[in-house]
Design a protein around this ligand. Structure first.
Ligand code: MRU
Length: 337
């Protein structure tokens, strides 16, 4: 564990190699993994060595740059697009990479690809910082925040989305307490969010996913902030499985529910949440914990990776352009501005 290490990044290039903090090993082991070509990078995205919409977008961009270097742009882009279906940022990043190299070849294409990938990654750093600044106005000194999954710097290069306002508030001298949902089945909350918060010295407790309602009902939660993998044009959002039920519980208990996401996560072509493709993951993620089977041998499991929270449960979307309401005109307006 990197005690005292404050700001880092989830994925970055070194020459033609893509490096990632291996998020499958945290918090027990801190290991930097190397991926020599686009195929290895695509596999790492699929296997969640890197995860979280923004970091997936950055990894896809660096993987696409590798594909261009290898002279395999078309095939490589396709392979990267087929890794994880829900995160809009993956598609956004590849679309940008395609545009950057269009009509170019040889050295010109390679230089353009490397430059674009670095810019995509850099945009997450800058947008995370701005999300932090805009979102921090929602956090008074002593605010108690509930978050789900991991939407910190591991998930979006350097600052993060949902955790960025908390980091910003701390910088400004405000105390924040975080309820970190453990987030079954892969435990991104218990493993990653808690690790980030512990390293940043932010007071927090991990709670079982099914304890969130208990604390909301007791009046212990002031605000919920989560990230998003895709925001539809009507303001519905897809995020880690379990987000929807937290939003419903928040409304029932009169607690404001916010989503933090950069504009790259908004999919204007997607009309409503029901149109978002939800990733179905391997049943073994549910049936096993740390390699040990917890269910009997005859039972099978269902394992959707994400769910959709309808816009009516969301008070605001914290973006790099400020906080907008989840309404079609405001969402479209932020792109037109
Ligand atoms: O399956 P994961 O770990 O990639 O899911 C991550 C999330 O659901 C995050 O909340 C989301 O990607 C936003 S992080 C910037």
């Amino acid at each position: 564990m990197i005690v005292g290490k404050k700001w880092f990044t989830a994925v970055w290039p070194e020459g033609r190699t893509v490096k990632m903090i291996d998020q499958t090993l945290l918090p027990h082991k801190f290991r930097i993994a190397s991926f020599k070509n686009h195929h290895e990078t695509a596999k790492a995205i699929k296997e969640m060595v890197v995860r979280g919409a923004g970091s997936i977008g950055a990894a896809a961009a660096f993987g696409a740059a590798q594909a261009v270097m290898e002279g395999k742009a078309t095939k490589g882009f396709e392979e990267l697009l087929n890794t994880r279906p829900t995160a809009r940022d993956l598609f956004w990043a590849i679309e940008r990479m395609e545009k950057a190299v269009k009509g170019k070849d040889g050295k010109e294409a390679k230089l353009a690809a490397v430059k674009e990938a670095r810019e995509i990654s850099g945009s997450y750093v800058e947008n995370g910082r701005l999300i932090g600044e805009h979102g921090s106005v929602l956090l008074h000194d002593g605010a108690r925040v509930l978050t789900h999954c991991n939407a910190g710097w591991l998930a979006m290069q350097d600052w993060g989305s949902a955790l960025a306002p908390i980091y910003w508030a701390k910088r400004e001298g405000n105390r924040v307490f975080v309820f970190a949902d453990e987030t079954r089945p892969r435990l991104q909350g218990a493993r990653l969010t808690a690790w980030e918060l512990a390293n940043e010295g932010i007071e927090h407790k991990i709670i079982a996913d099914n304890a969130a309602g208990y604390y909301m009902q007791k009046g212990d939660v002031d605000i919920c902030i989560v990230g998003a993998d895709r925001v539809a044009r009507n303001g519905d959002i897809a995020n880690k499985i379990g987000t929807y039920e937290k939003a419903v519980l928040a409304k029932e208990n009169g607690i404001p529910f916010y989503v933090a996401a950069p504009l790259s996560t908004i999919d204007l072509k997607c009309k409503k949440g029901a149109d978002i493709k939800i990733e179905e993951r391997d049943e073994r993620e549910v049936l096993f914990i740390e390699g040990k089977r917890i269910a009997n041998e005859k039972s099978h499991a269902l394992n959707p990776g994400f769910d959709v929270t309808p816009a009516r449960y969301i008070k605001g979307i914290i973006t790099e352009e400020g906080i907008i309401r989840p309404k079609p005109d405001e969402i479209k307006g932020v792109f037109d501005a």
